[in-house]
Design a protein around this ligand. Structure first.
Ligand code: FAD
Length: 404
């Protein structure tokens, strides 16, 4: 039996919901996670890259399938820019099912309750709290909470129900799991060019036990009617790359959205959005696990005080969140502006020119020194400032960054 009165109800037990529940339950709040599926971590749509910082936070090293030292990035004409150093770990590849289950298990160990097969049907806010009608299996229950947190992913019910806006960009990703690909151990591959991933890139990531994840992402406007599955097929048939894919056998396929660009309204009276629901994925890599973790961590103490004092109206929540969320939003916007300038809004011809520079030894040294998946902005700015060939972009970059 699930109780009916809670300090916090979290819709969605993915990594963000699980992490938020762990923090809040550890601080002594009663927390209920509602998860629409019967199982945590399924279905998943993810390449499974988790940064060392995010992994360190949860310590779920038993979910790691591979460790990655670098990325071999290919320009449209095949120019190779290898970013990384053998033996120097850059990121982890995880089994998302095991990772998500680990995060949610930590929440339960901290005292949070999980209700599977549970989804909100309605939610009404009044001065005393939020009344949530929840369908649990075939039963409808009325529950009450001081605060409702939407961690319910890209198509968030909470975001739509409370009309909290839309993420600025909704990228679409397609991925397969394959056997039979021969890549460089501990390195992932990235392929660029308008024929395969307009404005973005395709990836091949080792995922343990001889398996690889091959994926492509882009935005609907850049795809211009072409499906992202078609982009994937075009990668496999590309004259320059097809030999690499000759012996692969697909074992699974997934397609999913990647919301990037924080929504206008992350809080409303007694309601808050976190993670993909709030549009937190990185515009440069599509990674959403780290940003979801960061988003909740940065507001924890004042949020806990506000829950205890039951001071959770929109203004009070804004006061708690605005500094941290606005800083994250600014970072996201700067990263998007630089991504567009250097990669997404360029023609293949311009991108080939950029790659010639990326592949230079001094530039690779700079990328390896400053490059950080967590912080792409300092790298983008350093490239523009320090590499003479990119200096002509400086004026454009400063204009774009100034007017964000
Ligand atoms: C192809 C692809 C590759 C990606 N690769 C990476 C990567 O390598 N690294 C990375 O960090 N990110 C990656 N991402 C993004 C990453 O998957 C998300 O950013 C991350 O899962 C967000 O976590 P979340 O908890 O906010 O949302 P989700 O993981 O989407 O979790 C939301 C949870 O809420 C549940 N839910 C939804 N609606 C309801 C409802 N109405 N009621 C109850 N429960 C509900 C869902 O079942 C789910 O369990 C990728 C995405 C795609 C599509």
């Amino acid at each position: 039996m699930v109780g009916t009165n809670w300090d916090v109800i979290i819709v969605g037990a993915g990594p963000t919901g699980g992490r938020a529940a762990t923090h809040l339950a550890s601080l002594g709040h009663s927390v209920l996670m509602l998860e629409e599926h019967q199982e945590i971590g399924r279905p998943f749509q993810c390449a499974g890259l988790v940064t060392p910082k995010a992994m360190h936070e949860v310590g779920l090293y038993d979910s790691v399938l591979e460790e990655i030292d670098g990325a071999r990035i290919h320009g449209p004409d095949g120019t190779l820019a290898p970013v990384g150093t053998d033996g120097k770990l850059r990121t982890y590849v995880v089994c998302r099912k095991q990772f998500d289950q680990g995060v949610v298990q930590q929440a339960m160990q901290a005292g949070a309750t999980l209700s599977l097969n549970s989804t909100p049907l309605d939610a009404r806010v009044d001065e005393d709290g939020v009344t949530v009608e929840v369908k649990v299996d075939d039963t409808t229950l009325e529950m009450h909470t001081k605060l409702l947190i939407g961690c319910d992913g890209a198509h968030s019910w909470t975001r739509r129900h409370f009309k909290m806006g839309r993420p600025k960009e909704m990228m679409i990703g397609f991925q397969t799991e394959v056997l039979g690909y021969q890549g460089k151990p501990r390195w992932l591959e990235m392929f660029s060019g308008s024929a395969i991933a307009p404005g973005f890139f395709a990836w091949v990531i080792p995922s343990g036990f001889g398996s690889h994840r091959i994926g492509v992402w882009s935005t609907p406007d850049r795809l211009d009617g072409k499906s992202v599955e078609r982009c994937y097929e075009d990668l496999l048939e590309h004259p320059m790359w097809k030999d690499r894919f000759e012996n692969i056998t697909e074992t699974a396929r997934y397609c999913g959205p990647i919301p990037s660009g924080m929504v206008k309204k992350t809080v409303s009276n007694r309601v808050m959005l976190l993670g993909d629901a709030a549009g937190m994925a990185k515009p440069t890599t599509g990674g959403g696990i780290g940003p979801g973790f960061r988003q909740i961590k940065g507001i924890l103490q004042p949020l806990s005080v506000a829950i205890t004092a039951d001071q959770l109206n929109e203004k009070q929540l804004q006061k708690i969140t605005s500094k941290h969320f606005n800083a994250m939003k600014k970072d996201q916007e700067k990263a998007r502006a630089l991504r567009n300038l250097l990669v997404s809004d360029t023609t293949d011809k311009e991108l080939n020119k950029h790659f010639k520079n990326f592949a230079r030894e001094d530039v690779l040294e700079l990328i390896n020194e400053i490059g950080d998946i967590e912080k792409p902005v300092p790298l983008g700015l350093a490239l523009i400032k320090k590499v003479p060939a990119f200096r002509r972009l400086a004026l454009k970059a400063s204009t774009r960054l100034m007017f964000r």
